[in-house]
Design a protein around this ligand. Structure first.
Ligand code: MLT
Length: 387
């Protein structure tokens, strides 16, 4: 039987970052341009407020756990937690001027050097269990909050993370409420987002899981990918008022000066990102009177109205970053430089699940071969050094 043609590739697709070009299959999540992301068939809105560990289990097992399975999974993750002290020594030696993502990437490599067992599934589970402690240590050591706080894994993945963060002057219950949702929302976004694609590409050469996640996180650290959440809060902060008229003038000025309107638009989505919708609703619950939240909320309508009138903008709608920073800020995490690390903490779980799938289950268990796309040679007519 002839293969189904999925895509008509033309020269116009070259040098466009593989935009829209199918290159593989993904079983953990799917991104519909109108509906947004679903995890293994469940729309994200149905999962957003569930236990984070349930959602990790879903991505790894392609099914939600029963109550007993969830309890066993949580106990397994708790038993796997514990970052070796040598990793903290590496972090202590890092320059404070390094970005938190650079600290995280270095910490991931050090975690691999001290923790890897060389089995995709085992390494994935260990990494998922240990990364929260690594990220908490990045916050504490780099911000000067103090030494890493020993974990209490029996609290649960995110509750323990909040405990290990020890954020000065934050309400732990509110922060945990926010971060549980944040963690679930950011975990996975199809197979082709830059960080996930990079992680799978590196893993395809049989680098280990930690090296693959480190490469993925370098991908996430770019301002066009994960670092947009940091830039987005700074954008909302610089409006200076939640007054819709002030926001309108601010956006118009930004457009006139050819500046990016942070938090709006997406490579795949063509409607409001359901992850943004969920976070706007969460903000109404946890910080309705926060001035920055009100600014972000009013920007939701004003920016869409202005951007919709610009013909060349294919998606004028809010994306996952539009309001996440204002909620983190209102929950006590006020330094936006760290927001991409929180995105990474979550996305590593989805990337690990996709790497395990591609390495262990695809192609009848053989795994996908090493990534090797073709680049069309250009400006290289034959020459000879002999003249
Ligand atoms: C996202 O979560 O929106 C992304 O990782 C960006 C993408 O899907 O390309």
């Amino acid at each position: 039987m002839a293969d189904r043609v999925l895509f008509e590739l033309t020269e116009a697709h070259l040098n466009t970052g593989l935009r829209g070009v199918p290159v593989g299959t993904c079983r953990t999540s799917r991104v519909d341009p109108q509906e947004g992301v679903s995890y293994v068939g469940y729309p994200i809105a149905q999962l957003a407020h569930r236990d984070p560990e349930e959602i990790v289990y879903l991505l790894l097992h392609r099914d939600l756990p029963s109550a007993d399975e969830l309890q066993a999974f949580k106990a397994d993750l708790a038993a796997r937690s514990g970052v070796p002290a040598k990793v903290f020594d590496v972090l202590r030696a890092l320059p404070a001027e390094g970005h938190p993502m650079e600290w995280f990437e270095t910490g991931l490599l050090a975690l691999g050097m001290t923790s890897k067992v060389g089995d995709w599934k085992e390494d994935a589970l260990n990494a998922i269990a240990r990364i929260p402690e690594l990220v908490a240590a990045v916050f504490r050591l780099r911000s000067g909050w103090g030494e890493p706080i020993p974990g209490k894994p029996e609290l649960g993945l995110i509750e323990n993370f909040v405990h290990m963060l020890g954020v000065p002057n934050a309400d732990p219950a509110r922060l945990a409420r926010m971060l549980r949702v944040f963690y679930v929302l950011h975990m996975d976004h199809g197979g082709g987002n830059l960080s996930t694609f990079t992680g799978k590409a590196v893993a395809s050469g049989h680098a280990d899981l930690y090296g693959s996640l480190t490469a993925a996180m370098a991908g996430l650290s770019g301002p066009l990918h994960g670092r947009a959440n940091q830039d987005c809060l700074n954008f909302v902060r610089s409006v200076g008022s939640s007054d819709p008229q002030v926001i309108r003038t601010f956006i118009q000025n930004a457009l006139d000066n050819r500046q990016k309107i942070y938090g709006f638009g997406h490579a795949v989505l063509r409607a409001e990102d359901p992850r943004a919708t969920i976070q706007y609703a969460l903000g109404q619950e946890i910080c309705p009177d926060d001035e920055l939240f009100k600014t972000a909320l009013n920007m939701r309508s004003v920016a869409v109205e202005i951007l919709s009138s610009i013909q060349k903008i294919s998606n004028p709608y809010p994306n996952v970053d539009a309001v996440s920073g204002t909620l983190l800020n209102a929950s006590g995490l006020t330094d936006s430089d760290y927001y991409t690390v929180l995105f990474g903490l979550s996305r590593c779980s989805g990337i690990a699940a996709q790497i395990v799938d591609e390495r262990v289950h695809f192609r009848g268990g053989k795994g996908a071969p090493i990534y090797r796309p073709k680049y069309v040679a250009e400006d290289q007519s034959p020459r000879s050094v002999d003249g």
